[in-house]
Unconditional design. Structure first.
Length: 723
């Protein structure tokens, strides 16, 4: 309940909660000339204990925690006297100024210290031990610190969530506030989705003034970006126009005219001749059209020379040498690879996909056919190399991304020098990456795509593997038979049960009982499930299975939110598995040395990609910098890069694709009802090599097994292939 609006001035005493995903904090605040601490909460960028602030907001009464002050606006108050400045600099807010440097600055400039830092940073070089370069960096750090706060205050006054300010500042740097004030359409073009939230808030606020046409253009592009993030390649024109008009209270005619205008400027692509009159973002249209065109061309290259008469004999000799027994389907696959330019091999765990890849590589070598092995992620490529005993690369590395020019080096003008390419885990490959890959292949190159069509679709847009199979234009071999040795694994047996819509064998055991390769532990509600998972990871799994709970155990969850979502589980597991959390102050309120972390998006400059997991190896709180060890490759993250990381003690099932772990622990609770799907449970089970532990309720597992209607992604790749 709100009582009255007011303003408080005082000092931050301590931070009691800091959100891992936004600048939201809860803190203890001491108002000026008061001895009683006040609880304040709101969005503020990295406040430090000891800072003096002016807060505007409302008093609220929380039913459990009592009276709190909800902050709607804040302002940093700079100190005036020497002692106040000394305390301020001791907070470590300004990168490059430690305690000794602060003391030398104060001795030299006295009460003018902050004025010099802000207005004449070159004069800092007058102080012993500070050179011109260091003076410049201190001045830039000061400007960054205050420009972010000025940007946040400007946005707050116009109804924009403060959480978005850091994203804007990272994109535009010192010019951020100028861009927001004078050229807000750049926000929409250069910051997907977040830029639109800010643009629309500014438009509704009338600062700067905008007409319906400007708003409609931004809204249309936002809705297409939103669809891309949901995995869709396009949005039907009628649905796009209707949603834009209704959701943003815009005139329908203005929306329609703006769409035509954007299409005329080639900012979007409208295809009235195609089913549903789809509207695309240009990169997605180019990818879908390009994949269809290149595959049609490769398939039509059936005039390739027939296999030599010696091919069957070579194949038989190689298989005999490898001491493996192939099924009839596997034999047909190998023959198909030699007869067709493009082949798809799909099948679940234990059906022999890996054996086939090994056999293909051996046959290519025996026949003198140059070949390459590749996979979408680093982990999948390493696993491919391990099981085949041959080099394998990520698709990004294979295609050679040029950071300076923002493109792949390998394309139709400089194709890959190979006669055959085998790609594993193809279900993870989105339409854009597949488009780049096909551009880099000679039409005469053999392409073998290996994957499991029942896995979750790619994180990026499109549904490539399923679309290619559905089209019927690509020679496809489905491996159904589970080999005898694999069938003895309860993990593989239960995964295939789930795939076929059957309930896995769930024999409940109590926490602390011996762990079987496929274990189900009943938990009375999400909170109990979370406690059980922490106990498993901190005690039972290390004690019984002698495994490292950080490096060899992976907790998967269907969702981020909730009692057993990744956000809450990461906090609990970090506290239980990293003893340094109690001994050192976490960097940015989140990370300590030894923490398990995941990289969240492709970063070609650092050569680290979405979904890679590593361990925090070094941490420098003063410089707000940490180093992550990704399987022996060390990558440095500065403060501006930290939003590319998250804790990874628990990750979503989607993020686990392409990886395998000795043990997976999976909460199954009805609280995650909206995400419980058969392909999600199947994907999770197939990530484990040694042990699967389900924690939750039989009902939740039943819901997942019965829910076999995954959301269909909008894509016309299959249609384009059959035209």
């Amino acid at each position: 309940m709100q009582d009255h609006a007011t303003t408080l001035e005082g000092r931050i005493e301590r931070i009691t909660y800091r959100s891992p995903d936004s600048p939201f904090i809860i803190a203890k605040f001491r108002p000026t000339r008061q001895t009683t601490l006040v609880t304040v909460l709101g969005h503020m960028p990295d406040p430090r204990p000891g800072e003096t602030l002016r807060l505007s907001g409302d008093w609220q009464t929380h039913p459990r925690y009592g009276q709190q002050f909800s902050v709607t606006r804040f302002e940093l108050l700079l100190p005036a006297g020497v002692e106040e400045i000394r305390r301020f600099l001791a907070l470590g807010l300004i990168k490059g100024i430690g305690p000794k440097t602060a003391e030398r600055l104060l001795n030299h400039f006295q009460a003018d210290t902050l004025t010099v830092i802000e207005q004449q940073p070159h004069r800092l070089a007058e102080v012993r031990g500070i050179g011109p370069e260091t003076a410049r960096r201190i001045g830039e750090a000061w400007q960054d610190h205050h420009q972010v706060r000025a940007l946040m205050q400007f946005l707050q006054d116009r109804g924009v969530q403060p959480a978005h300010a850091m994203r804007v500042f990272k994109q535009f740097g010192p010019q951020a506030l100028q861009v927001v004030r004078n050229d807000p359409e750049r926000l929409v073009a250069e910051i997907p989705r977040t830029g639109f939230y800010i643009f629309d808030a500014l438009a509704r606020h009338g600062d700067p003034p905008m007409d319906d046409s400007q708003r409609a253009r931004a809204c249309l592009q936002y809705l297409l970006e939103e669809a891309r993030e949901e995995g869709h390649m396009f949005v039907p024109r009628q649905a796009l126009e209707e949603r834009c008009a209704s959701a943003f209270e815009l005139d329908y005619h203005a929306v329609r005219d703006s769409l035509d205008q954007l299409a005329g400027e080639q900012c979007i692509v409208a295809c009235p001749e195609a089913p549903e009159a789809p509207v695309y973002l240009p990169p997605l249209f180019a990818a879908e059209q390009g994949v269809a065109r290149r595959l049609r061309l490769m398939v039509q290259e059936i005039a390739m020379s027939a296999p030599s008469a010696a091919a069957p004999r070579i194949m038989e000799t190689v298989v005999r040498r490898m001491a493996i027994e192939l099924s009839g389907t596997q034999q047909a696959v190998l023959e198909g690879v030699l007869r067709n330019r493009v082949v798809i091999v799909t099948g679940g765990p234990g059906t022999g996909k890996t054996t086939l890849i090994r056999a293909m590589a051996a046959i290519f070598e025996a026949m003198g056919i140059p070949y390459l092995l590749a996979a979408p992620t680093g982990r999948a490529a390493r696993r491919m190399a391990e099981v085949t005993g041959r080099p394998a690369a990520t698709l990004h590395k294979l295609l050679g991304y040029n950071l300076a020019e923002g493109r792949f080096e390998r394309d139709q003008d400089d194709p890959l020098d190979t006669e055959a390419l085998v790609v594993d885990e193809v279900s993870m490959v989105d339409a854009v990456l597949m488009g780049h890959l096909l551009d880099a292949l000679h039409p005469q190159t053999r392409l073998i795509l290996v994957g499991d069509e029942f896995q979750l679709p790619s994180v990026g847009p499109g549904n490539v593997l399923a679309d290619l199979i559905e089209s019927g234009q690509i020679s496809t071999f489905a491996l159904e038979e589970v080999f005898r040795q694999a069938a003895q694994s309860p993990i593989i047996a239960n995964a295939h049960k789930v795939r076929h819509g059957e309930l896995p064998e769930l024999v409940p055991v109590a926490p602390g009982d011996p762990l079987a390769p496929f274990t189900f532990i009943a938990a009375d509600g999400p909170a109990a499930a979370a406690r059980t998972i922490v106990a498993l990871c901190t005690r039972h799994i290390p004690d019984q299975l002698a495994l490292d709970p950080v490096r060899q155990v992976q907790v998967l969850s269907p969702m981020h939110k909730g009692d057993v979502g990744t956000l809450r589980l990461n906090g609990m597991l970090q506290a239980g598995l990293n003893p340094r959390l109690k001994a050192q102050k976490p960097l940015a309120g989140r990370y300590c040395r030894g923490d398990k972390v995941m990289h969240l998006r492709n970063n070609y400059q650092k050569e680290v990609f979405n979904g890679e997991i590593g361990i925090v190896d070094e941490l420098d709180a003063d410089k707000v910098r940490l180093v992550v060890d990704f399987d022996g490759r060390r990558v440095t993250y500065d403060q501006a890069d930290l939003d590319e990381l998250s804790l990874a003690y628990a990750i979503t099932v989607h993020k686990s694709q392409g990886s395998e772990y000795p043990v997976i622990v999976l909460p199954m609770v009805t609280q995650h009802y909206i995400m419980l799907q058969r392909n999600l449970l199947y994907t999770a089970l197939t990530r484990a090599r040694r042990t699967v532990i389900l924690v939750g309720s039989v009902k939740a597992v039943q819901v997942a097994v019965q829910a076999d209607q995954p959301r269909r992604r909008r894509s016309l790749l299959s249609w384009r292939l059959t035209r």
